[in-house]
Design a protein around this ligand. Structure first.
Ligand SMILES: Cc1cc2nc3c(=O)[nH]c(=O)nc-3n(C[C@H](O)[C@H](O)[C@H](O)COP(=O)(O)OP(=O)(O)OC[C@H]3O[C@@H](n4cnc5c(N)ncnc54)[C@H](O)[C@@H]3O)c2cc1C
Length: 494
């Protein structure tokens, strides 16, 4: 039986490990935190379960690409998933003029819901949605189609800047901003983020957005269960501290507690810059290391985890986005802008969700530079100025939430916050980046990292290789696993 050791038990590590375990490999997953999951981890605070990073996911409606992957893994019937309201999956407020837009899911729902606010743009919206579908159709893996080429051909639109792609179809200034509302949550930058990133994420959610009920951590446990029930090992609370090489190949990894793990293959499911720090400096050329260390990362976020007073606030089955100004939808990466420029507000569902919510979650994109003055501190020891900074950020966000839910402050019972430093230290990700390396349409080859490396028994997986997020990372897990199991060997089973 061939063996593989996976460094990092996050979304990418768990999906890759589960697929390989299913294919008969002996899998060992090494996770630094006390719980597995990475972006899927949940934590308990104020007697509530909160999700750290997986709030809205795509591809999990029956027939969806990740749902089919779950069927293959045999866990589909055990997943606690909650579909969001299809007649209003997302609601977007703009403070600039007080307008509120409601977006329905499905091709027709998306067009008609927005056309009701922008009647003169109805034909433009139809063409825009057709373009989303056409461009998403170019990606074999996204559509779970076997691929026969290493270098797939793409249309010119695929790699154009996402901002220009939107402008090509939509002429109304406000509607351009409305359809770009997800942009700040995937780290989008104008004239930089490729159209395909915007296209795939938008199309994914138009086809159906879901939430994990009762916490995303139980989904991480299901994936870990696929590994352990096949005889594999999932080790928690012991970070990999060193990768040992002999000549050109890896011969083992060592954890902080001094344990050594040897296998035929190794897969890095951590941020590539973190991986470089574990390898001997001679493992890769200086040019490769400089390239990885020089790639810009997507920005980070500040989060509020709120426990609400009992039976005071409704469960809202819609994700709510608040933006300050239309033109700022593309400006979240700018240092000269005030904070916050916007946020996502949501009430995460329980397994048996009643009419009221016991908790709410707020995610506001934030630049790492906002907290970099405390970057040499550790969790719980960042000092009173940092605590005051977080308190000020929380107050700003609560003041903005009052605009969409007047009286909201009064229903908050307890509050916990996390900053880009929390994300950096929790996931071990450079600069607390929420989506890993930024994709650059001006230099696609530089920002696309292949899953194979020049070390013959080292592969990569995770959000930095292709696309980030639950769906992107799960699909990359298929690519990584197929390097070991054979081209198209997994996809043809889905
Ligand atoms: C705040 C936030 C909100 C988000 N919201 C969404 C959302 O709503 N929907 C969505 O689809 N995506 C969302 N994302 C993005 C999503 O979480 C990521 O794209 C996804 O988790 C990336 O998976 P990954 O496997 O590459 O990394 P991760 O899931 O981060 O996993 C990396 C794992 O490696 C471990 N690790 C690091 N160093 C070591 C080491 N030395 N030894 C052992 N283990 C190590 C970490 O502890 C972690 O568990 C969000 C991200 C954040 C931060």
């Amino acid at each position: 039986m061939k063996s593989v050791t996976i460094i990092g038990g996050g979304v990418g590590g768990l999906f890759t490990g589960a697929i390989l375990a299913k294919e008969g490999w002996k899998v060992t997953i090494l996770e630094k935190n006390a719980t597995v999951g990475g972006g899927l981890q949940s934590f308990r605070r104020f007697s509530e379960v909160f999700d750290t990073g997986m709030h809205v996911v795509g591809g999990m409606n029956p027939g969806g690409n990740i749902y089919r992957l779950c069927q293959y893994l045999g866990i589909d019937s055990k997943v606690n998933i909650h579909q969001v309201d299809s007649s209003c999956m997302d609601r977007i407020w703009f403070d600039e003029d007080g307008a509120c837009y409601e977006i329905a899911s499905g091709r027709d729902g998306f067009v008609s819901s927005l056309a009701s606010c922008f009647p003169s743009q109805k034909e433009a919206l139809v063409r825009y949605v057709q373009a989303l579908e056409r461009l998403s159709g170019e990606v074999d893996l996204f559509n779970l189609r076997p691929s026969n080429t290493l270098f797939p051909k793409h249309s010119d639109e695929f790699f154009m800047p996402a901002s220009a792609f939107i402008s090509k179809y939509i002429s109304d200034r406000r509607l351009r901003a409305v359809v770009a509302y997800l942009n700040p949550f995937y780290g989008g930058r104008p004239d930089y983020t490729p159209a395909y990133v915007h296209v795939i994420i938008s199309w994914l959610y138009i086809m159906g957005a879901s939430r994990f009920a009762g916490g995303s951590g139980s989904f991480a446990d299901l994936l870990a269960g696929v590994v352990t029930s096949s005889g594999g090992v999932v080790s928690k609370g012991d970070a990999v501290s060193q990768i040992i090489m002999d000549g050109k190949e890896i011969t083992g990894v060592v954890t902080e507690s001094g344990k050594r793990y040897n296998s035929d293959y190794y897969i890095s499911a951590i941020h590539p810059c973190t991986l470089l720090g574990l390898l001997p400096p001679t493992a890769f050329t200086k040019a490769y290391r400089d390239r990885l260390n020089g790639l810009p990362n997507s920005y980070s976020a500040f989060l509020l985890f709120l426990k609400l007073k009992e039976d005071t606030f409704p469960y809202i089955n819609t994700s709510e986005y608040f933006m300050t100004r239309y033109d700022d939808v593309w400006n979240f990466s700018r240092e000269d802008k005030p904070w916050p420029l916007g946020f996502l507000f949501m009430t995460p569902p329980e397994v048996n969700q009643g009419p009221y919510s016991t908790k709410a979650l707020v995610t506001a994109p934030m630049l790492y530079s906002a907290v970099s003055r405390w970057e040499n501190t550790t969790t719980g020891r960042r000092g009173p100025q940092y605590e005051a900074f977080k308190q000020e950020c929380a107050s700003s966000l609560l003041a903005m939430i009052e605009k969409i839910h007047p009286g909201f402050r009064d229903v908050v019972e307890e509050m916990n916050t996390s900053s880009p430093l929390t994300i950096r230290d929790y996931y071990g990700v450079k600069e607390g980046s929420i989506c890993g390396f930024s994709k650059d349409c001006n230099n696609i080859l530089e920002s696309q990292l292949p899953v194979v490396t020049k070390i013959p028994n080292l592969l990569l997986t995770g959000q930095n290789n292709n696309l980030h997020g639950f769906c992107g990372t799960a699909l990359t897990a298929i690519s990584t696993a197929e390097v070991l199991t054979g081209r198209n060997s997994i996809v043809t089973q889905l």
